[in-house]
Design a protein around this ligand. Sequence first.
Ligand code: UDP
Ligand code: MG
Length: 318
Amino acid sequence: MKENVIWLVIPCYNEKEVLPETSKQLRDIMHGLINKGKISENSKIAFVNDGSKDTTWNIITQLHNEDSIFTGINLAHNRGHQNALLAGLMTAKDYADAAISLDADLQDDVGAIEQFIDKFIEGKDIVYGVRSTRATDTKFKRGTAHAFYKVMNFMGADTLEDHADYRLMSKRALEGLAQFKEVNLFLRGIVPMIGYETDVVYYERHERFAGESKYPLKKMISFAVDGITSCSVKPIRMITTLGMVVFSVSIIMLIYCLVVWILGKTVAGWTSIVISLWGIGGLILLSLGTIGEYVGKIYMEVKERPRFIIEKVLYEEK
Ligand code: UDP
Ligand code: MG
């Protein structure tokens, strides 16, 4: 049987309150899976310390010294959740057959890890964790989160609703991810672009085990803006559409104003002012949109995204 080296990748920022419990639960699960023969004994639990200001790194070092299943990756300074996650995944790619990313705060149900691995053994390359309920979230968080996905999808950043960053990616999916060289990386938008066979695992989202959320509303909004502007040029295209609408209105206004003027029901100067107001407004928006289209093209070129990822080649030497 093929040995499955699985890495758990956990970004940590000031998580000293949760790490002792998280590490204990994860270790039990991983040792259980190793004993069952489902995963290789070379599997690791990798904590990525995202420049924490508390004793997080000391705890990680201590865990590593006690049990070699724990691995630590220390970032030189705080680079944010997405970058810390990427650092972990890109390290895992060189050692593991698959990596599962999850949060340090036990909000992602660790009981689902086995299901992820089962799907991987079945041959899936990307497995998304999707939360089945949001019962533990406040009404406000639920509402804002729903609006978040709606706006994101409308703006052209295709994301899976209620999927955070709890997911499994196989080695080749990670290698695909590595080809996306962009600096502003929005993982949830990029991963669906990689392709391959995917599946979903449903899990219950728990409350944060301890400590506090590092994602207040302000950060969530900037996360959404980042997600949209790093995945799509749809906002620019909306300017073009708006320009066309305003310009069309200006033509209707032109006809209307001329009719009123011919009928002689206007104050002197009104016609020319109203026509030029709409006409010039529409032209400006249209021009901005046109320039925007080119800026959007340049933006996409600069990203140097892979143009394709080959899944399989059927070829035989005679
Ligand atoms: N995190 C990180 N760097 C940051 C902020 C957060 O690595 O700058 C980690 C954090 O330690 C946690 C995960 O990202 O493991 C998710 O953060 P949090 O639980 O605060 O977000 P929420 O669940 O409230 O959305
Ligand atoms: Mg959390």
